[in-house]
Design a protein around this ligand. Structure first.
Ligand SMILES: NC(=O)c1ccc[n+]([C@@H]2O[C@H](COP(=O)([O-])OP(=O)(O)OC[C@H]3O[C@@H](n4cnc5c(N)ncnc54)[C@H](OP(=O)(O)O)[C@@H]3O)[C@@H](O)[C@H]2O)c1
Length: 336
């Protein structure tokens, strides 16, 4: 076993998008197995937009204290176990950290992964929390019906790519918005979208959305908030459902941004607007995973991965994600 543990700790909470100045790479002792937990050797760890909130100076649903290892969903090999369901050699997915070794409590472990079904990075993305987020937002809150029109922002992203493919399966007309022509092409070619608007290359997004959604929008799966959401809202049909999954375009909530007021639309059109945090819906995970893994096994769930090599790249990884340069689920490769 190695003698030390390279890990990325939070150095200072951030205003806006966290960058290398907010993290520090240190060597520390390999952590001890915790009672009822597992000690894992990390293979790969996720980079997620939501991490911005975890290390923000602003209040959030979860905050990583300064001086502690940056938490991240990841996949690791169990090296020692004090849990009856896990043995040395198992590959497990859970809320671990940006580190070579992580001592997880039982509550941190999501589930065992089977590399016979899919390789580890797919278990972090389409068959992981991102795919499940897509499923819960779309199926549970979106309540889709065949023939409806769905609009999705960050259509080519890890969550957006799964939403488009679920919609296609259901006969729901999926329209996307994505940053750049390459992403727009990818989302139409591989992720089930009928049409995707490149918001970087489209001077009049409102006009483009009106043309793409001539019958209005029944479900708006929003990952970005801000201008794109403001532009989409007037096109919502009566009884439309807005799913607020993310707010990637808002770089800071200090001061709180302002925008058009939509309360009257909410009343007159009888709209619903659901915000959710995926981890509150563990009771739906098995149903989500069953449908997603069946689609994957039938080669009907396209996934794209984007990987950074080594923990040295972790401190700049959230900035890289927010630059929009990622194509697919972003993760950090830590070991073979
Ligand atoms: N509610 C939950 O429980 C939950 C769970 C997981 C994820 N999420 C949310 O789901 C969303 C998608 O997550 P993901 O993991 O699939 O990430 P992702 O879409 O793969 O990557 C993030 C994308 O955000 C877009 N973006 C970044 N800055 C932007 C800006 N200023 N304006 C507009 N778009 C911008 C970029 O796409 P473009 O280049 O296409 O703009 C970037 O590729 C995020 O908002 C995340 O916070 C929510």
């Amino acid at each position: 076993m190695a003698k030390s543990n390279k890990c990325v700790v939070v150095k200072a909470h951030a205003i806006g998008i966290p960058g290398p100045e907010n993290f520090e790479i240190i060597e520390c002792p390999i952590p001890r197995l915790l009672p009822g937990g597992v000690l894992v050797r990390m293979l790969c760890a996720s980079v997620d937009p939501g991490m911005r909130g975890w290390v923000s100076v602003e209040p959030n649903y979860m905050t990583i204290p300064v001086g502690t290892v940056m938490r991240a969903p990841g996949i690791g090999e169990v090296v020692e176990s004090d849990h009856p369901n896990y043995s040395a050699g198992d590959l497990v997915y859970g809320m671990f950290g940006w580190a070579e070794w992580f001592a997880a409590e039982a509550k941190d472990i999501y589930w065992k992964i089977d590399t016979g079904i899919a390789p580890p990075p797919v278990w972090l993305g389409s068959l992981g929390i991102n795919g499940i987020t897509a499923w819960i937002g779309y199926r549970y809150f979106g309540r889709p019906k065949a023939g409806e029109t769905l609009l999705v922002t960050t259509a080519a992203g890890s969550v957006g790519s799964v939403v488009g493919q679920l919609a296609k399966k259901d006969g729901v007309r999926a329209i996307g918005v994505a940053g750049g022509a390459a992403k727009a092409y990818l989302a139409t070619a591989e992720f089930g979208y009928e049409q995707v608007i490149d918001y970087h290359g489209t001077p009049d997004l409102a006009a483009a959305l009106r043309i793409a959604c001539p019958e209005g929008i029944d479900i708006f799966y929003d990952n970005v908030a801000g201008t794109q959401a403001d532009t989409a809202f007037p096109l919502l049909n009566p009884k439309g459902r807005v799913i607020q999954c993310g707010s990637a375009s808002v770089s800071s909530w200090l001061p709180w941004p302002t925008g058009p007021r939509r309360e009257r639309d909410m009343i007159v059109k009888r709209l619903s607007w659901h915000g959710f945090v995926v981890m509150d819906h563990a009771d739906l995970f098995a149903d989500a995973l069953a449908e997603l893994s069946e689609l994957y096994a039938d080669a009907k769930l396209c996934t794209r991965q984007d990987s950074l090599d080594g923990l040295e790249n972790a401190p700049g990884a959230i900035q890289y994600l927010y630059s929009g340069m990622n194509t697919g689920k972003l993760s950090i490769k830590i070991a073979e």
